[in-house]
Design a protein around this ligand. Structure first.
Ligand SMILES: [Zn+2]
Length: 340
């Protein structure tokens, strides 16, 4: 697979700017920006470009041994640390499917994982070039893991790039942030995002891109037909004049639906606040009429209060919990915020 194609078009400029001074690469980078713009892919493109042994026009060639190892996931000078299930978290009385799901969802980067890469960080590199470590999402690091990483950042080994990826950099230790050079990846220009979505055969790209707040990878996920069908049901529920049938609808919410439900609620409430304030909806543009009808009976202060509640709820969404009760609680709160 030619590697060039793995660089998202809206990232190419930032990538070139970084690697044009590969002899002065910062030891630590913090790649941040909204969710769904491709930060993880950017970090990987950067890693491959630094490891490539015959870069073409500054970017990875996709053909040399280093590029081949990289695309097969076994370049000896590359490591990527992603969250593992936190076995110490309490598990609810869930059936085995749910248990598997919650294992996949209760995700943290543990100190053991950071320690496990310490040999990698201190031994000499295999290919006499760069060594690259990616941690993502960096805010998933537990406190002990963050402190262990901090020691490495304080005395970085030579020819090493540590790339932290985060859409919530404010949740990182300030001492970690201050040791990283920040690379901010904003949502791309709309035309560029739409062109990319069309190339991915996404239907109604304008609609999903608006819903995703301009983040193309998120838009692509939202376009998935099963996800879209469920979302339509959820929106129909929120649009009901007499309020969502909270208990009924929540009964169908399992672990896998917690995140989609939060997303629909947050974007829907964002639009209700906009409509209530006299603006046009930005996310659910096709639901203008339903939003207006709901906004008429809603109170702005209650909507804003519910929005804060959703922000809190999002912090819990990755932890084991009872999805049905979680959904029930949020939908009842939604009804209180939108019915006079
Ligand atoms: Zn190469």
């Amino acid at each position: 697979m030619p590697v060039i194609s793995s660089v998202l078009p809206w990232h190419e400029e930032s990538l070139r700017a970084l690697v044009s001074r590969r002899d002065r690469m910062p030891h630590a980078l913090l790649v941040s920006g909204p969710a769904g713009v491709g930060k993880g892919l950017f970090a990987r493109s950067l890693a491959q470009t630094l490891l490539c042994e015959a870069p073409k026009g500054q970017l990875a060639c996709g053909e040399c041994p280093a590029c081949n190892w990289f695309s097969q996931g076994n370049h000896p000078d590359f490591r990527e640390v992603i969250p593992e299930a936190d076995e110490e978290s309490p598990e609810g009385d869930v059936d085995s499917d749910d248990a598997r799901e919650s294992k996949a969802k209760s995700l943290v980067i543990k100190i053991g994982q950071v320690r496990a890469v310490s040999d990698f960080m201190t031994l000499s590199t295999h290919r006499a070039g760069f060594r690259v470590l990616i941690l993502r999402p960096a805010e998933a690091m537990q406190a002990a893991a963050a402190n262990a990483l901090l020691k490495t950042l304080e005395e970085p080994p030579p020819a090493t790039a540590i790339v932290l990826v985060s859409d919530q950099p404010s949740r990182l230790l300030p001492t970690i942030r201050s040791r990283c050079q920040t690379v901010i990846l904003p949502a791309p220009p709309i035309a560029s995002a739409l062109a990319w979505l069309r190339a991915q055969s996404v239907e109604s790209p304008e609609e999903v891109l608006a819903l995703a707040g301009g983040a193309p990878l998120l838009a692509r996920d939202l376009a998935d037909s099963e996800a879209a069908a469920w979302r339509r049901r959820a929106i129909a529920e929120l649009a009901r004049p007499d309020g969502a049938a909270a208990l009924n609808f929540a009964a169908g919410i399992d672990k896998g639906r917690v995140e989609p439900l939060l997303f629909v609620l947050q974007t829907w409430v964002e639009d209700l606040v906009r409509v209530k304030s006299g603006a046009h909806p930005r996310r659910h543009r096709g639901s203008d009429g339903a939003l207006r009808a709901k906004a008429r009976r809603a109170r702005l202060d209650r909507l804003l209060g519910f929005d804060r509640e959703l922000t809190q709820a999002r912090r819990l969404a990755n932890h084991p919990l009872n999805p049905r009760l979680f959904a029930e609680h949020l939908l009842l709160s939604y009804n209180r915020a939108t019915l006079d």
